[in-house]
Write a protein that binds this ligand. Structure first.
Ligand code: NAD
Length: 329
């Protein structure tokens, strides 16, 4: 079994799910068994496009696989994932894991009983602009995260906090290792009947403060993070995939060979400012994410974003959403 390819399927082959199917088809260590979508026409188009069998019922696909990507609209994640996990299938669930915390907790509980993996598609964790921070000792005191996106009807089954902001919440929780202490939030509906624009201020128990703003009514995509801590300032553009890091050094030898280093004096001390803009390799993040899912099933890697982390991001997102709703009434 360990050396056998993982038999995999995709449920929901719309805008994003079709790319899951395409990548599985080309990945080693897995066999792309088939796809299922409630929309037969869409299923047939993707089946023809990538030469992948299309199944007419979920049941018939589930019988043939070991693992599956669930890429349906969010409101269906819980029911579809539950069915798959109960049949002992490993699941990759696109973000957000589910719509409610009870649904996420139920999936985690059954997955533990059935000894299967849940991985969640918080793909930004793999963004090279974010992973470029790894060489630095990151301990942010203040972080500003901004995410703006042009309107599309996809994703509007949930408010912007669960659709867009949850990406930044997941990033934030991966950078600040401290429990959330307090949340203030404000939001409004512009086009849809749910919240389209949201702002939250999150205070963590270690004193870190984050300001997050998300909108799904914008002209252009913007995904930016500014991170401040003692002797370090970083600006991260997740959309353009660039990262710039400014640091204060006591000795110019502490700087990396590629850094621009300028001397400066402060408080009668001679210090240096180092500026680094690492050259980042552009990769297909979804391909890397799905390869990691297959390797995690095989036990050769650890999931980049576990089911528990997906659940924790959802918990903070729902707290923000509840504050917004309380404020609106
Ligand atoms: P979409 O509407 O384009 O596609 C969803 C597909 O699922 C459709 O083809 C639909 O017919 C099918 N479907 C609906 N209910 C189903 C069911 N019960 N069983 C099987 N198929 C079903 O949506 P999308 O933009 O591809 O988004 C899908 C999911 O991916 C959402 O949860 C969304 O939040 C997530 N997403 C994540 C990212 C990311 O950056 N990680 C980006 C986009 C979307």
């Amino acid at each position: 079994m360990k050396n056998d390819p993982v038999k995999v399927g995709v449920i929901g082959v719309g805008h994003l799910g079709q790319h899951h199917a395409k990548h599985y088809k080309n990945l080693s260590n897995c066999d792309m068994v088939g796809i299922f979508d409630v929309d037969d026409t869409q299923s047939a188009i993707i089946s023809r496009k990538y030469n992948i069998p299309s199944y007419h019922t979920l049941e018939s696909l589930i019988k043939k696989i070991d693992a599956v990507s669930i890429v349906t609209p969010t409101k269906h994640h819980s029911a579809v994932a539950k069915l798959c996990i109960e049949r002992e299938k490993h699941v990759f669930i696109e973000k957000p894991i589910t719509q409610t915390l009870d649904q996420a907790d139920e999936l985690l509980k059954i997955a533990k009983q059935k000894n299967v993996l849940i991985q969640v598609g918080h793909i930004e964790r793999l963004n090279p602009a974010l992973t470029a921070l790894k060489p630095y000792s990151i301990n942010p005191k203040f972080i500003e995260l901004q995410r703006l996106a042009p309107y599309t009807s996809r994703g509007t089954d949930v408010p912007v906090v669960l659709d867009k902001m949850i990406h930044d919440i997941d990033i934030l929780l991966s950078l600040v290792h401290s429990p959330v202490k307090a949340i203030q939030a404000k939001g409004l509906s512009i086009l849809t009947n749910s919240v389209d624009v949201a702002h939250a201020r999150i205070r963590f128990e270690n004193g870190t403060v984050a300001s997050i703003m998300s909108s799904r009514i914008a002209k252009n995509d913007v995904r930016k993070i500014k991170l401040f801590q003692r002797e370090l300032y970083a600006t991260i553009d997740l959309f353009a995939q660039t990262t710039e890091v400014y640091r204060v050094l006591k000795d110019e030898k502490q700087g990396s060979p590629s850094a621009l280093i300028e001397p400066f004096n402060y408080d009668e001390k001679s210090l240096y400012i180092s500026y680094e803009k690492p050259i980042l390799e552009k990769t297909d993040l979804l391909k890397v994410e799905l390869k990691n899912f297959i390797s995690s099933i095989k036990g050769t890697e650890t999931s980049i974003v576990s089911g528990v982390e997906g659940r924790d991001a959802l918990q903070v997102a729902l707290k923000i959403q509840n504050k917004i709703i309380q404020d609106l009434h």
